[in-house]
Design a protein around this ligand. Structure first.
Ligand code: ADP
Ligand code: ZN
Length: 312
């Protein structure tokens, strides 16, 4: 089906600092888009619904809504709090129903998942992970998070993957006190060492202001390589996508690749790792739009489910 023939989907990438909303069919067709600052749940959700109503009036109805949200979120379809942001540390947003108000206002199916599961889905459909299954997407930004596709499905479980909190050895040597993990929950986790705020705390400068030869990058790539190595060993992914603000330092990808090869130490003899590492661990194909476009894919998934249920 061409982009013209596909039904419009409303997409919401719900983040801790901003909600990016759009209406469209995929990367080739977005008919409306806006960014809304994340304030209180009431105000933010109201602004989202106003944008969607306006887009509907201008471009016609959309067939489904897809939401990729910061979390943790409740993804169990039978749970009383399905579609909620649950125990987030973000003030005012604990136990916020995101799906309910939009579903009751627009009366269309809603696909709901984590922001990073949306991103991995977007990359799987249209980006750097097309057809790669299992596929892992990791964002290294204000926090670190990851989404996973396995057997064509987004990976859910007791909760959802929380890759940012993988336990890893601390960055090597130098200064043990300075190298402290910044996560309030853990003593040795990925996010506590390699997120943007952790880099700022450790080195006293925002990550975007550190030159490529700064020693910070050796530490950051070291811990990220440990985390990714563990994911390679557990999930056997066909590709790994590393995105987010910190990964705008494009030299990091090469550093991480070489450290993974060093850590695996010849144990996994597969061409992806022994010869094709440059195409195995890659930046996102959709730039900073993996999550938003993934939300469209989530909406399309919810629509498919509804049509299948009707047929039965
Ligand atoms: P968020 O995670 O909040 O959705 P981003 O993925 O943009 O947003 O991540 C923001 C973090 O990325 C900040 O901590 C910032 O310091 C860092 N960052 C943004 N741009 C760069 C850059 N070019 N190089 C390194 N770090 C960056
Ligand atoms: Zn942690």
């Amino acid at each position: 089906m061409s982009a013209e023939q596909q039904p419009l989907i409303a997409a919401i990438e719900a983040g801790g600092t901003k909600f990016v909303c759009a209406v469209g069919t995929g990367p080739d067709k977005l008919v409306a888009e806006t960014t809304i600052r994340t304030t209180s749940p009431r105000e933010t959700i109201h602004a989202v619904s106003r944008f969607l109503s306006g887009a509907k009036a201008e471009h016609g109805p959309f067939a489904a809504i897809g939401i990729g949200s910061f979390g943790p979120v409740d993804l169990h379809p039978t749970s009383a709090t399905f579609g909620y942001i649950t125990t987030t540390p973000k003030v005012g947003w604990q136990h916020t129903d995101l799906v309910g108000p939009l579903k009751s206002q627009f009366k269309v199916p809603v696909g709901f998942d984590t922001d990073v599961n949306a991103a991995v889905f977007g990359e799987y459909m249209w980006g750097a992970g097309k057809g790669c299954d299992p596929l892992v997407y990791i964002t290294v930004g204000t926090g670190i998070g990851g989404g996973v596709i396995v057997n064509g499905h987004l990976l859910h479980g007791t909760l959802h993957p929380e890759i940012g909190h993988l336990h890893v050895p601390p960055p090597p040597g130098r200064d043990a006190v300075m190298n402290e993990c910044q996560c309030p929950f853990h003593k040795n986790c990925l996010e506590g060492y390699a997120s943007g705020p952790a880099i700022l705390k450790r080195w006293g400068k925002r990550a975007e202001h550190l030159p490529p030869d700064h020693p910070a990058w050796d530490d950051v790539s070291e811990v990220l390589a440990h985390g990714v190595t563990n994911l390679i060993l557990t999930l056997s992914p066909r590709r790994i996508i590393l995105g987010g603000g910190v990964m705008h330092q494009s030299h990091l990808h090469a550093l991480i690749r070489s450290k993974i090869i060093r850590d695996l130490n010849g144990y996994l003899q597969v061409p992806e790792i022994t010869r094709q590492m440059d195409t195995y661990l890659v930046p996102p194909g959709l730039g900073d739009r993996s999550g938003l476009l993934g939300a469209i894919a989530l909406g399309q998934g919810a629509l498919r489910m509804k049509l299948q249920t009707r047929k039965r």
